[in-house]
Structures are given as structure tokens and as C-alpha cells.
Design a protein around this ligand. Structure first.
Ligand code: GFB
Length: 314
């Protein structure tokens, strides 16, 4: 991938896609192609084929997906499975049949077994049962990465297959019900501070452990991987920074400036107990994240306040 490559970023309005576009622009890539959902519905196979046959991008970042937190995954299993299968099958197939040289596919740490040995190595894939709260999304992502591997095996098509850990950052979904934990807590603490509330409720026991990575660090890793001579099989992309949900909540409270009480609602699901990626394969090739969790949370909170996604936002 060089500065003249024609690069399609699918899902450029999402957390990861927007970060990839920012990163490519900052590095001077001159031909970054994007389409809104109104312009191109990626679940529509015929439309996707027309787009690729006309535009013929050299490189593709497949960052479009139906995503959401633990509650959204459990509430809409059919959409999470169907939409992700459709988007990734259409894009991967049409891209390669129309001359794309390399594609970056994004999986998720939830593709690994619920009780995988920690930190989770890439070879833990398909060695045990999945976490039930997100198995539909995980099955779709496993099918997507297998489609990339099948293309390589059968046709020699090269894909970067990246498995990011839990992500957060500017432009995330801050909806109180459907978001992931970081934006969910940023919003809840912010609203509690404005309302002068005495306590904030956190879903679950606070005991699950999670590893968080800023979306701009992921974008940096993806561009780095796309420029490597070899793609490899799977590549975990984590920060190595693991915290409990309770510690995360205390950090978000500090960043936001809320000094009330934290209440844990154990009637809400915890999800998988621990999900720490072993990212030594990527580290060995020379990449490392730039931000600490606290820096990244402060930056995300500033963005949230500046973009006025306050109490009135959806
Ligand atoms: O971020 P999250 O929804 O994703 O939840 P998962 C992480 C943990 O935070 C869970 C707790 O233990 C939640 O119970 N939590 C506490 C909260 N308060 C909140 C809150 O206000 N909102 C949310 N959302 N959680 C996702 C999968 O699992 O991980 C996706 O559902 C995807 O498929 C993503 O793979 C990376 O880490 O549990």
C-alpha cells in the first residue's frame, strides 16, 4: 500500500472506520474512498458488486459491521449474525473479484472461547465454546475471517486479519442501552455530574476484566499491518492494559469529575469473565500503542463534551 493506492474504507462513519480515515489522511494517502450507507448499502450484494466493478480499489479496510455492547448483542442476535455475514461476504467477494490486492478484515476478541487460556493467543480460535452473550456476532466474525483464509488458500488473495480487543474513542456510540461499556459509562457519569446525582449504577458485578484500546491506536496498527510484506494468519491487536470494570468505572469517574458513589447492579450480565489478548506477535514486529487508558479516556471525554453528545443526544 503506497500513497497513490486507491483505498476504500468501508464503514467510515463508525468508530474504527473514522479513525482509519483520519490516520490515512494524516499519513498523506491521496485516494481514500468512502461511501455513506445511503450511497451504498453493504448488505445489498448487487449494489456492492456494481461499486467494486466501477471503483476497483487497490486496498480495502472492512470496518463496516453491526456492532454494539453486551445488551445490544443479546437483544438483536438475528441482526448481528445476518447483517455481519452479508456485509463481509459481499465486500470480501466483490473486492477480490474486482482486483483488490489486499483487504483488512476486523474480527473481535469475542471470537475466542469464553474460557480461553489468558492471555489469549491466536491459536485459541475454535478450541472451545463461545461466550453466549455475543456468540451470534462472534460466529459471523469467525465466518468472515475464514472467508479471508479460504480466499488466500484457493486464490492467493491476501488479507490482514486483525482481532482487536475492546475498543473506545471519539465518535463512538454513546447510547445508554446499546453502547459498549466505555461510552456508556462516560455518558452516565457526565449526566450524573450535571444532575448532581449522589450515585451512578454500573452493570454487573464490576469484577469482569477487560483490555481496552483506543480506536486511533487500532487504526495505526491496521495501517502498519497493511504495509507489512506478509499478512500472516490472524493478528491480535491489544494494548496489554487490563482493568476490572470496577477500576474502569473509578477511572471514568475521575476523568469526568464525578465524586459520588458507585453502585453495582448484579442483575445485569457480566459477560465473559476475562478477555486479555496476547499481542506478542504484533509487538514482535515492532508496533505498540501510543496512548494509556487514562489519556485515551480523557481525550474521548473531551470529544464527547465538545460534540455536545450530552443528555439530549440519543
Ligand atoms: O463493553 P461491553 O458491553 O462488552 O461490556 P463485552 C463490558 C462489561 O462492562 C460487561 C459491563 O461486564 C458489562 O456488564 N458494564 C458495566 C457495562 N456498565 C455497563 C454499561 O453501562 N454498558 C455496557 N455496555 N456494559 C462485547 C461484545 O462484549 O465486546 C461485542 O458484546 C464485542 O460482541 C465487544 O465483541 C468487543 O466486552 O462484554
Amino acid at each position: 500500500m503506497d500513497l497513490d493506492s486507491r483505498i476504500f474504507v468501508a464503514g467510515h462513519r463508525g468508530l474504527v472506520g473514522a479513525a482509519i480515515v483520519r490516520h490515512l489522511a494524516a499519513e498523506g494517502f491521496a485516494h481514500v474512498i468512502t461511501r455513506t450507507r445511503a450511497e451504498l448499502d453493504l448488505t445489498d450484494q448487487a449494489a456492492v458488486e456494481v461499486f467494486f466493478s466501477e471503483v476497483r480499489p487497490d486496498h480495502v479496510f472492512l470496518a463496516a459491521a453491526r456492532v454494539g455492547g453486551i445488551h445490544a448483542n443479546s437483544t438483536w442476535p438475528a441482526e448481528f449474525l445476518r447483517d455481519n455475514l452479508a456485509i463481509q461476504t459481499n465486500v470480501i467477494d466483490s473486492a477480490f473479484r474486482n482486483g483488490t490486492r489486499r483487504l483488512a478484515f476486523l474480527g473481535s476478541s469475542c471470537i475466542y472461547p469464553k474460557l480461553a487460556e489468558q492471555p489469549i493467543r491466536e491459536d485459541a480460535l475454535l478450541t472451545g465454546p463461545l461466550e453466549p452473550t455475543n456468540e451470534w456476532y462472534a460466529i459471523a466474525k469467525i465466518a468472515g475471517l475464514k472467508l479471508c483464509q479460504a480466499h488466500r488458500l484457493q486464490y492467493g488473495h491476501e488479507s490482514v486479519i486483525a482481532m482487536p480487543t475492546n475498543l473506545y474513542g471519539p465518535g463512538d456510540n454513546f447510547h445508554p442501552e446499546t453502547s459498549h461499556v466505555v461510552p456508556g459509562l462516560i455518558r452516565r457519569f457526565h449526566e450524573a455530574k450535571l444532575a448532581g446525582a449522589r450515585s451512578v449504577t454500573i452493570w454487573g458485578t464490576g469484577m469482569p476484566l477487560r483490555e481496552f484500546l483506543h480506536a486511533d491506536d487500532l487504526a495505526d496498527a491496521l495501517v502498519f499491518l497493511m504495509r507489512q510484506p506478509e499478512c500472516g494468519e490472524l493478528t491480535n491487536v491489544g494494548s496489554g492494559e487490563e482493568v476490572s470494570i470496577a477500576e474502569l468505572a473509578r477511572t471514568v469517574a475521575r476523568v469526568v469529575g464525578f465524586d459520588g458513589e458507585l453502585v453495582f447492579d448484579a442483575t445485569k450480565p457480566d459477560g465473559t469473565p476475562r478477555k486479555l489478548l496476547d499481542s506478542s506477535r504484533l509487538r514482535a514486529s515492532g508496533w505498540k500503542p501510543r496512548r494509556s487508558l487514562e489519556e485515551g479516556l480523557a481525550e474521548t471525554y473531551r470529544w464527547f463534551v465538545e460534540s455536545r453528545q450530552g443528555p439530549e443526544a440519543t
